[in-house]
Write a protein that binds this ligand. Structure first.
Ligand SMILES: Nc1ncnc2c1ncn2[C@@H]1O[C@H](COP(=O)(O)OP(=O)(O)OP(=O)(O)O)[C@@H](O)[C@H]1O
Ligand SMILES: [Mg+2]
Length: 207
């Protein structure tokens, strides 16, 4: 089983959006997939409740109170972490993960908070020893803006280059409401958005 942790201490940066999309990508490949929702808001579990039966199934694990043990036979586990996470909890979740995905919005406040989170991550032994892949993902970007460019320079300078850039679009709000993802909508516009996920999904899938 491969486990992907999506986390950042910054609220509203896209953790649930990324967790649900990554899970949908796995499920779409025919992999037996679950989301472990560690957030008391239960956003991922609510998204799953809205998920149409015709789409590839994803199992929801309610881990808001305690991180449980994943069911047997899973190929992929995606963990949706809450914004307010103690250092110990971060360490525990990293211990069971192969990849840590860190979404970040453009802007100084978001960059600062995320840099702080990355500093904490870098101190975790498994990360320090290069035993975990850490992927920073720029979210809600408006391509060609100064804020977008700044994000690249800022995280590149910290040694965590931005591996994927996702545009700001209502298509994500619609997917959240529909229990789906832009990866699963077949129209041309959605395919253009889906292309932005390719570098992240490739990194997650790489051995
Ligand atoms: N690329 C995007 N374009 C437009 N809207 C987006 C995008 N990514 C996320 N959103 C919207 O931004 C809001 C916050 O996203 P999301 O819930 O994924 O963040 P979060 O980090 O999980 O938040 P929390 O810290 O509350 O758990 C949601 O309404 C979501 O639909
Ligand atoms: Mg969330």
């Amino acid at each position: 089983m491969r486990t992907v942790l999506v986390g950042n201490i910054k609220g509203g940066c896209g953790k649930t959006t990324l967790a649900t999309h990554i899970a949908a990508a796995f499920a779409g490949q025919g992999l037996v997939t679950a989301i472990g929702d560690c957030d008391r808001q239960r956003s991922s579990l609510n998204w799953l409740r809205r998920r149409p039966a015709a789409l590839p199934p994803i199992t929801g694990l309610d881990w808001a109170k305690d991180v449980g043990s994943p069911p047997k036979g899973l190929d992929r586990l995606v963990i949706d972490a809450p914004a307010a996470m103690h250092h110990k909890d971060v360490e525990d979740l990293i211990a069971i993960s192969d990849v840590v995905v860190v979404p970040v919005l453009p802007g100084a406040f978001d960059e600062d908070a995320t840099a702080h989170f990355l500093e904490r991550l870098a101190k975790v032994k498994a990360v320090r020893k290069n035993k975990r892949v850490v992927a920073v993902v720029g979210n809600r970007l408006r391509p060609g803006t100064k804020a977008s460019e700044h994000l690249d320079g800022f995280f590149g300078g910290l040694g965590f280059p931005v591996v994927a850039r996702l545009r700001d679009s209502q298509i994500y709000t619609a997917a959240a409401a529909a229990g789906s993802s832009v990866l699963e909508a077949g129209d041309r516009r959605a395919r253009a958005y889906a292309a932005e996920w390719v570098p992240l999904l490739a990194l997650i899938d790489s051995p």
